[in-house]
Write a protein that binds this ligand. Structure first.
Ligand code: SF4
Ligand code: SF4
Length: 137
C-alpha cells in the first residue's frame, strides 16, 4: 500500500530497448517516458485525452528511441485520427508541429521530473515492458 508521504505512482508500457531516462536537464535521449506518462498540450489535442500515452509518440527501431510524430510527420499523425477530428487538425498540422519541439528529442534538456522506479518485462508482449514512475512536482 502506498503511504501518504510517497509521490503518486504510475505504470507505463515502454519499449524494452528504449534508453534509460536521463536526469532532468540532461540532453533528451528519446526515452519516451514523458510522452508515455501523459501528453503535452499538443498531444492532448491529438490524443483527445489528458492522461496516458500520446497517440503521436512513435518508436524508431533504427535509432532505438522514441520521437514525436507531430515533429516527424504531423500530417500522417492527424490523418490517422478518427474523422472529423483528424480532418480538422490536418488543416493546421504543420503550424502545430513546432509546438511539439520543446517536449521530446528536440536537442534540448530533458524537462521531465518523472523518476523511473522499476522495470519488468511482460510475458507474451515482446515489444513492451512495464515501468513504474514516480511523479514529483
Ligand atoms: S524529454 Fe521526455 S523523451 Fe526526452 S529524455 Fe526527457 S523524458 Fe525522455
Ligand atoms: S511531444 Fe509529441 S509525442 Fe510527446 S506528448 Fe507532445 S505531441 Fe505527443
Amino acid at each position: 500500500m502506498q503511504s501518504f508521504n510517497e509521490p503518486p505512482q504510475q505504470v507505463i508500457q515502454i519499449h524494452p530497448q528504449a534508453p534509460d531516462k536521463p536526469a532532468w536537464g540532461s540532453a533528451c535521449n528519446g526515452c519516451g517516458v514523458c510522452c508515455l506518462a501523459a501528453p503535452c498540450p499538443l498531444g492532448m489535442l491529438v490524443s483527445r485525452r489528458r492522461q496516458g500515452a500520446c497517440v503521436a509518440l512513435q518508436w524508431q527501431p533504427a535509432t532505438a528511441m522514441y520521437r514525436c510524430g507531430m515533429v516527424l510527420a504531423p500530417r500522417q499523425v492527424v490523418q490517422a485520427l478518427p474523422r472529423p477530428w483528424g480532418w480538422l487538425l490536418s488543416c493546421v498540422a504543420r503550424p502545430l508541429a513546432w509546438l511539439a519541439r520543446r517536449w521530446i528529442a528536440a536537442g534540448i534538456g530533458c524537462d521531465s521530473t518523472l523518476e523511473v522506479a522499476a522495470s519488468n518485462s511482460l510475458q507474451n508482449t515482446p515489444v513492451d515492458s512495464t515501468t513504474s514512475l514516480s511523479h514529483h512536482d
